[in-house]
Design a protein around this ligand. Structure first.
Ligand code: GLN
Length: 537
């Protein structure tokens, strides 16, 4: 079986939705009966995004095998409904690290190591690995960044070579660009697209398709012009207008006939007719007006909502299932410390404290957890959000005033959250946390067990600190239920308050496993509780 490659490059500007386009196209191919896999190439030098600031990079998306990856992998998993592994994301840093390690080992026998062929060969090896690891027939490869970036050159060169190696009929280049709108004349402009295609062609790649993103409708004269100037077939210029409903993109691509065009060029025949019924229903229900439920998301990186991409999507999925529309009110945790932003928390029907690192805003999050407990407002704590909930309980219910996590106060007399034992000797920050899938067993009769409806699950983790078992009994006797534990009973995975409509914190990240058609139980339970509270007068 020959592997077919669909390669996505970006033109003009970043953030035009290349990841969403690739993910949505992946779904249209899966719907035709093909086994697809996806890979994101990030041309930056970091080994992975795990140590990068969310302000720089957005959310770090964690996979089953513990790979810390780009947030586009979240789009791929949510749209295509697949589970990816670490072969699906690599960076320039990983490529160079591998080559340099081999060089130090003496593998090159005195040869000079160069971008071509050593770096490009390693890039091709990693691209080809995906099909081997997954058995996929079609591999969608998204190249991060924008054509013209100095970092992406070796990657584009490698992919150009790949096309010759595996045969032109097996590789299809899709260039995703942006048509800016000039307000003064009221027109969309194709010139930047022409320039970026020229840049792509200067490295030997002629795109087979151009997806022209725009905020305004694009007429035929414009697509014809792009086809003419950029040397692509007319049918291969696909306008893609911004839609407020993210999950509508696969349907738009379907309407535009994109998948059929591509598979005919790749000399493939569809295995089955796509069945869009369920997906259409999903999009229809997103468009229906529904009663609003307000969730205050008390975080640290709230200016950049991409930092909480999966949390936001998981809230939307759950809201849809409950028949409400979620309105997320973004609250700066550190504002709450300065007595600002409280009106948002007070108005909200539920409070969510997401994951995070470092001490900024911690006290604000603790205040939010206190508010949720005292006012019986639904609360969902994710990872750090669970830790904060426990710190608050230790301080204000158990009376240990300086209770804290040793992440924020090493000399606290009540280290309710402490470094995990196997984390103590670790000095490197990158890739060393407790990462990926771990099992969790629920306590019978708990709220958590009830929302999940199963006795045990596996969830994705990314943390270094844990609940300190020395305090378990004291917590339990004061009304905390440790409703999820590792199977050996040694790690607290979920904590909930007995005397509260819904105050649950989990040490893992449920947001990564939520799907538009399969919302996560912890989010559904939270949204139901918030919807009930929103009925109050
Ligand atoms: N900083 C905390 C820890 O390392 C929480 C991590 C998180 O929220 N992902 O345990």
């Amino acid at each position: 079986m020959t592997t077919k490659y669909l390669i996505f490059t970006g033109g003009v500007v970043s953030s035009v939705g290349k990841g969403v386009t690739a993910a949505a196209l992946g779904l249209t191919l899966k719907e035709r009966g093909f086994q697809v896999a996806v890979q994101k190439i990030d041309p930056y030098i970091n080994v992975d995004p795990g140590t990068m600031s969310p302000y720089q990079h957005g959310e770090v998306y964690v996979l089953d095998d513990g790979a810390e990856t780009d947030l586009d992998l979240g789009h791929y998993e949510r749209f295509i409904d697949i589970r990816l592994t670490r072969v699906s994301n690599f960076t320039a840093g990983q490529v160079y690290a591998e080559i340099i390690a081999k060089e130090r080992h003496g593998d090159y026998l005195g040869g000079t190591i160069q971008v071509i062929p050593h770096i490009t060969n390693e890039i091709k090896r990693r691209v080809k690995l995906v099909a081997r690891a997954t058995g996929a027939e079609i591999v969608l490869v998204e190249v991060g960044g924008t054509v013209g970036d100095i970092e992406s050159q070796p990657f584009l060169e490698a992919l150009r070579q790949l096309r010759n190696e595996v045969g032109r009929e097996n590789v299809f280049f899709i260039h995703v660009t942006w048509l800016p709108y000039i307000g003064a004349t009221g027109e969309l402009k194709t010139k930047p697209t022409q320039h970026s295609v020229a840049a792509l062609r200067s490295i030997g790649i002629s795109p087979n398709m151009i997806i022209a993103r725009s905020d305004y409708p694009v007429d035929n004269s414009l697509t014809d012009k792009i086809a003419l100037f950029c040397d692509v077939e007319k049918e291969a210029v696909v306008p893609m207008v911004t839609t407020p409903v993210l999950y509508e993109v696969p349907l738009l691509l379907e309407q535009a006939g994109v998948a059929d065009f591509i598979i005919s060029r790749l000399k493939l025949a569809p295995r089955r007719t796509p069945d869009w019924q369920a997906w259409k229903q999903l999009v229809e229900s997103v468009k229906q007006p529904r009663p609003k439920v307000q969730i205050a998301l008390v975080g640290k990186y709230v200016e950049l909502q991409d930092a909480y991409m999966s949390v936001r999507e998981a809230l939307k999925h759950a809201a849809l299932a409950v028949g409400v529309e979620v309105e997320i009110a973004w609250v700066h945790a550190s504002d709450l410390e300065k007595n600002r932003g409280w009106e948002i928390v007070q108005q909200a029907d539920g409070i969510l404290v997401p994951g995070g690192f470092g001490s900024r805003g911690i006290e604000g999050k603790i205040l939010a957890a206190r508010y949720a407990r005292e006012k019986k407002a639904p609360y969902l704590g994710l990872c750090l959000g669970m830790q904060v909930m426990c710190i608050e309980f230790a301080r204000n219910v158990l009376g240990h005033e300086d209770a804290n996590s040793t992440e924020f106060d090493r000399s606290t007399s009540y280290p309710v959250i402490d470094l995990m034992l196997d984390q103590r000797a670790i000095t490197d920050l990158g890739g060393t946390m407790r990462l990926g899938l771990y099992p969790c067993v629920f306590k019978e009769g708990s709220k958590t067990a009830a929302v999940y409806g199963v006795p045990q699950v596996e969830e994705r983790h990314r943390h270094r600190f844990e609940f300190n078992n020395a305090y378990r009994q004291e917590f339990e006797s004061a009304g905390v239920v440790f409703s999820g534990l590792s199977p050996d009973g040694r790690l607290v995975e979920v904590a909930e308050l007995a005397d509260h409509p819904y105050m649950i914190g989990c040490q893992f990240h449920p947001e990564f496993l939520s799907r538009p058609n399969r919302p996560h139980p912890l989010f559904v339970g939270f949204m139901k509780a918030a919807a009930e509270r929103s009925q109050r007068v």
